[in-house]
Design a protein around this ligand. Structure first.
Ligand code: DCP
Ligand code: MG
Length: 335
């Protein structure tokens, strides 16, 4: 008889936006292997196969229990021949060579990791610091700093954390914030003012301000990789270390990557949804909207092709409802 975790064929959707994916991953040994391969393939420019492995890993993350037998994968979506092979290798009891070594002989190239690190360290003077994960405690400390600056510039503006920390992650590669300004036009002036304030506080190490190129009438784009058009900035901020931590002599701070985005109020909810991620969850949400509902979704808007109208949304629940989807909480979007 079937294992209790085995589910009927229809139970697992091929779309991440129809699955609840918490951080409680019961299939880490498989998803780690799949993601290592995806990363390798990405570095080699093999985007298609990389995405296939990412989709397989994402689907496995949503399962309520660990896979016990290979046959349990039979009715699961998103698993191609290669992903199944990796699951099989990881199932083998013998302590074989690591799965990435095993598979890379077939699929991957010798990833130019060194070259990549070189490029990054040239681009970022603070590479050593910013390559270390940012903790939730550090993210909370940054929220206070960002909030203080934002409110000083505009007392009616509010700041929310987005990205992985909004999904409940304990660590991230950066800290993402979204700023809500109730007055029209304020979204275009707030970021330069916040940057100016950080400079005057001597905590700004790097800033790349991207002015808004947003156009209310523009339809959502098909291209997932395209950046959104909102006013945003990518910063490196000096964050004071806690007294207890082992600060190196003469350096009582670390550099942290911070992203700020300031959308216009009427598009705030779409920006919040987009910036909360995960990347794969949003990719599938957009694909679902287009293929299953005839609607175009991106970080700016949801557009109904049948009626040629933009659909307004006050809350994220509104967006899921427009798409005829059950609401998925941020902490269930870790696809
Ligand atoms: N995002 C976006 N447009 C951008 C930048 C990011 O839509 N110009 C989205 C992609 C992610 C989310 O915002 O879903 C946050 O981006 P991150 O790369 O910071 O991803 P996470 O926060 O999920 O990962 P990490 O925890 O590593 O920071
Ligand atoms: Mg992030």
């Amino acid at each position: 008889c079937a294992h209790p975790s085995a589910k009927p064929e229809s139970a697992v959707s091929p779309y991440a936006c129809q699955r609840r994916t918490t951080l409680d991953n019961h299939n880490k040994i498989f998803t780690d292997a799949l993601e290592v391969l995806a990363e390798n393939l990405e570095l080699c420019g093999n985007q298609g196969p990389s995405l296939a492995f990412r989709r397989a890993a994402s689907m496995l993350k949503s399962l309520p229990a660990a896979l016990r037998r290979l046959e349990e994968t039979q009715h699961l979506p998103c698993l191609g021949e290669h992903s199944r092979a990796i699951i099989e290798v990881q199932h083998e009891p013998r302590p074989s060579l690591s799965v990435s070594t095993h598979i890379s002989s077939h699929l991957s190239c010798s990833a130019p990791a060194e070259a990549l690190i070189n490029t990054l360290s040239h681009r970022f003077l603070f590479y050593e610091d910013i390559s270390k994960p940012v903790s939730r405690t550090e993210a909370s400390a940054l929220k206070i700093i960002v909030e203080e600056a934002v409110i000083c510039v505009n007392p009616s503006a509010t700041v929310s954390i987005t990205g992985g920390f909004r999904r409940g992650k304990e660590f991230g590669h950066d800290v993402d914030f979204i700023i809500k300004t109730p007055e029209a036009g304020q979204e275009d002036v707030i970021l330069p003012a916040v940057i100016k304030r950080f400079k005057s506080q001597n905590i700004l190490l790097y800033s790349d301000l991207q002015e808004s190129t947003f156009d209310l009438r523009k339809l959502p784009t098909h291209c997932f990789e395209a950046m959104d058009h909102f006013s945003k900035c990518f910063l490196i901020i000096k964050l004071k270390r806690e007294q207890e931590t082992d600060a190196r002599a003469g350096k009582d701070w670390r550099a942290v990557r911070v992203d700020l985005v300031a959308p216009p109020l009427e598009r705030f909810t779409y920006a919040l949804l987009g910036w909360t991620g995960s990347t794969l969850f949003l990719r599938d949400l957009r694909r679902f909207a287009r293929l299953e509902r005839g609607k175009l979704l991106d970080n700016h808007a949801l557009y109904d092709k049948a009626t040629n109208t933009f659909l307004p949304a006050k809350t994220e629940e509104d967006i899921f409802a427009h798409l005829g989807l059950e609401y998925i909480e941020p902490w269930q979007r870790n696809a």
